[in-house]
Design a protein around this ligand. Sequence first.
Ligand code: GLU
Length: 494
Amino acid sequence: MISETPRVRFAPSPTGYLHIGGLRTALYNYLFARNQNGKFILRIEDTDRKRFVEGAVENLLDTLKWVGLDYDEGPEVGGEYGPYFQSERLDIYKKYAEELIAKGKAYYAFDTPERLKQLREEQLKKGLQTKYDKFALTLSEEEIQQKLANGEPHVVRLNVPPDETVFVEDVIRGRVEFNTEIIDDQILIKSDGFPTYHLANVVDDHLMKITHVIRGEEWLSSTPKHVLLYEFLGWEKPVFAHLPLLLNPDKSKLSKRQGDVAVEDYRDKGYLKEALINFVALLGWNPGDEQEVFTMEELIQKFSLERVHKAGAVFNIEKLIWLNAEHLRSKPNEELLVMLKEEFKKSEYSNVDIDDEHLLLIIEAMKPRVEFVKEFITKCPYFYEAPTGYDEKVIKKRWKEDSPGLLKKLRDKFAQLENPAKEDYEKALNELAEELEIGKGKLIHPLRLALSGIGTGPGVYDIVHILGKEESIRRIDTALEKIKTPNTDSTEEK
Ligand code: GLU
């Protein structure tokens, strides 16, 4: 039994960007390692030269850094079991391929692509499963040596024994059985001398002392091949845990067509890393109670493989947005200020002169009303620029025949205030409403429209206070001048 420190790995093939599913795999490995006081290793599986993408590794490392999944061993940080790039370990795989050949558990095969194509076509015609027919095993030792000496193109294949049952013990799925009849004699070393995923993955998991292999369900069908490799090489198998598929809301497999799948797209759209981590953690796992909002620390404390479920996990973007708002609201205003200033630089108001004190007031007023940091700008542009127009619907509903006169009186009241605090504006408005024996709404709604151009937003006293007395008066004057359509509908205002 495995008793040493748990060691788990995230082993992506760098294909250009980190997929949301990859992030989930990385996260579960990370949470498991941190929960168990184990080690989390990053290994780059870059043996498929055809899929090489320039800059893919850098992008992957950047994304992992952004979400805060720090690894104990891997690229840049090193470690005792490196190198952590498979492309730098080719000799190691070759050695084990040769060991398997010597044991009769793997063999050289020299078939031409034409022969393999023909074989496949024949099998398909007969309605058989398409797999290699072990023709290479009919070659004599001399023939093999001769062909090797002649430099004939060849691969190394796994010698899968016929009609045996291979068991995969999976923490999430229990015991899964495979009959070897359905397993092809997998190529282990390709004709370019590079190993396939299967050989490199098993050799590295063994040499890197990986105790638990936690990966997506799409790898489950490869696992019997891996189990055979462990057995043939006389190695102890790791514990396997295959994570449920990620699904679109219509239950199809998560795909680009129905939304973003690259982690960087979510970052670029302004999602907080805390929200994304929280969301991804819940794609396949739950703590067994009602809690839905988690910090990384809480996830580390509560995570267990036993609570990962088998059923596919549906990707629900509304939930991610909700979590974003939750995490945003739990952040201190000072932290939001730093983020808002970044957004501000990129916004159309970048040259507006506004100090931190005002931005903090905006944050405080708008915090319950935004889901994304950029909405501290987009949902309340009036804090940065006087309204350039007035919402017609609001005018129709809120700007009555008596509104200009009332607003003018309110303006004069405000003008008399000296160094007003927020409460002073409220007091002034209340007093005026009492004096005139009118409902406060008759003042509040036109005031809000004059200041912001729209009918919704934070408390109107917050708006006056943030804009300041001078600016508020200026905006009231402008509105009195510009809004020319007194509404004749005399329905009493609330
Ligand atoms: N390189 C594989 C991938 O891209 C790793 C699968 C595994 O974890 O074994 O996902």
